[in-house]
Design a protein around this ligand. Structure first.
Ligand SMILES: [Zn+2]
Length: 426
């Protein structure tokens, strides 16, 4: 119904074939991360498309960031359409990198095949479908409102899947997300077309190493096993830390339900002799392990302070030290992200909510992501709070085999994005 009512939605419906072709083209550029393949190719593709329509285009290489090299340069693109009058800048930011293909595909991973209204391929859902939807939304808006206020920006950025340091973090450091340059940011991650994602939980990664003393495996009493010490750490995590984390719940609307509390994953464990190549046919040597390491991934809530999160773990380790003879350890910080949540009254939130009601005929669902995404850099480095994730695609399909994005979902969310532009700068 809404499609007949609003000329902008009709314009997007008319561009359906263009949206499909654009999505397929983007999927067919295999921007795998790692290692960071074809980043330049996808940026050039977008620069040409937007440039031909009179958008000002910047190609930016994040030189010197993690992973950047002459073989795998970290390229980003920002296209800007300047309005006729003063006003706000609305920015749509998508990452252009995709994760490894993995096993279990029945479709061509970089084929962009269209079957029964679904486009298949690695990155279809996360998040080339969202990128394509935002481009069609912006182009339709500019076509109908050539004399709009302010500015529209579309960016496609590198390395979100590996932390975003060669992408949004770099651009934020260069001032591209400063509040005097950009006032509203929508990140079209695949959160489902009726959901507005306000932010994410926090992250702390750390490596814990227990120390031992090497000796011959036939006389373990002459050494001191770092693996047995790590066993004590794991025992304490099971019996003390997990029950403690289960008591910490958040008022953030995190989905899925299990992520409404603090969580901890043990990402890896390694102790003793290094693993040999799979084609090595020799036997291991008998040694007492002199070190054992685990990497923990602690996700925390708005209500928690990162210093307390860290202290919890070090206190636990100190307790073990006080009770267990010859126990010694080291703990190393690897990575941390502070939780962020945009206010529900922020203009980009209320405008998107109204647009969802108009296009889908229902109230939006507000969510917070269990994991982080590029909003962290826009918030912390860019100092811009008026930011959400909103885009087409089913979150659960991200990083899966036979990943797909629905064409109807893309047109609906493109409609929402276009109405947001109309409301904010039309
Ligand atoms: Zn993504």
């Amino acid at each position: 119904m809404a499609h007949q009512k609003d000329p902008l939605l009709a314009e997007i419906a008319r561009r359906r074939d263009d949206l499909i072709t654009l999505t397929q083209d983007l999927i067919r550029i295999p921007t795998l991360n790692p290692p960071g393949r074809d980043y330049r190719a996808i940026c050039i593709y977008l620069a040409e498309r937007m440039g031909q329509q009179g958008w000002q285009v910047d190609l930016i290489r994040a030189e010197g960031t993690p992973g950047d090299s002459d073989v795998y340069p970290r390229w980003n693109v920002i296209a800007r359409h300047e309005g006729a009058d003063a006003g706000d800048c609305v920015h749509f930011n998508s990452h252009h990198d995709v994760v490894e293909v993995g096993h279990g595909w029945t479709k061509e991973p970089f084929g962009g095949e269209l079957v029964d209204g679904r486009i298949y391929g690695r990155g279809a859902c996360d998040m080339k479908g969202g990128l394509a939807a935002s481009i069609i939304a912006a182009e339709a808006f500019v076509a109908l409102f050539p004399d709009h206020k302010g500015a529209v920006e579309i960016s496609a950025t590198a390395d979100e899947e590996s932390g975003g340091y060669g992408g949004v973090a770099y651009l934020a450091e260069k001032g591209y997300f400063d509040p005097d340059r950009v006032q509203h940011v929508i990140i079209p991650e695949p959160l489902n077309k009726d959901r507005i994602c306000l932010g994410h939980r926090g992250v702390w990664w750390a490596e814990i190493e227990t120390k031992g003393r090497i000796a011959h495996g036939s006389m373990p009493f002459l050494g001191d096993s770092a693996i047995r010490h790590m066993g004590a750490v794991l025992e304490e995590i099971e019996t003390y830390l997990y029950p403690l984390l289960a008591t910490k719940n958040t008022d953030m609307p995190v989905v899925p339900e299990g992520a409404k509390q603090s969580t901890l994953n043990i990402n890896s464990i390694h102790g003793g002799e290094s693993e040999q190549a799979t084609d090595y046919t020799g036997l291991p040597a008998p040694c007492v392990a002199d070190r054992c390491r685990i990497v923990i991934d602690r996700r925390f809530l708005m209500e928690e302070d990162i210093a307390e999160v860290k202290a919890e773990v070090t206190q636990m380790l100190e307790t073990i030290r006080s009770e267990r003879p010859s126990f010694d350890y080291e703990i190393r910080d690897m990575h941390e992200v502070i939780p962020t949540m945009t206010d529900k009254d922020a203009p980009v939130v209320t405008t998107t909510a109204a647009a969802i009601e108009k296009v889908l005929g229902q109230q939006p669902i507000y969510v917070v992501s269990p994991g982080t995404y590029d909003q962290k850099h826009i918030d912390r480095i860019g100092k811009l709070k008026n930011c959400i994730a909103y885009g087409p695609g089913i979150l659960d399909l991200a990083h899966q085999p036979d990943e797909w994005v629905g064409v109807d979902d893309m047109t609906d969310s493109a409609g929402v994005m276009a109405l947001v532009l109309k409301e904010l700068i039309g």
